[in-house]
Design a protein around this ligand. Structure first.
Ligand SMILES: [Zn+2]
Ligand SMILES: [Zn+2]
Length: 85
């Protein structure tokens, strides 16, 4: 791990991440506040998260949304459109 002071952009919101807000997961930079499941908004931890195209999910919802049906993009669209699901 090396922090050189470079300002990276958060993969989740595409805004600059300052060092104090920086969280790096698998070489991808996020704000600490952005490192949460996009479905349930639950806080994620390094050992319990999944990501799809930079969108983060908790393991539970990643499996619910993507693995059950086998149709990734369709379910993704559905759940974004109906967040109360
Ligand atoms: Zn962010
Ligand atoms: Zn979740």
């Amino acid at each position: 791990m090396s922090f050189t002071g470079t300002l990276d952009k958060c993969k989740a919101c595409d805004k600059t991440v300052y060092f104090v807000d920086l969280l790096s997961a698998d070489g991808t930079t996020y704000h600490k506040a952005c490192f949460k499941c996009s479905h349930c908004k639950g806080t994620l931890v390094m050992s319990n998260y999944s990501s799809m195209d930079g969108v983060l999910f908790c393991k539970t919802h990643f499996e619910q949304l993507f693995k059950e049906s086998g149709n990734f993009s369709k379910n993704f669209q559905t759940c974004r459109t109906h967040p109360s699901h």
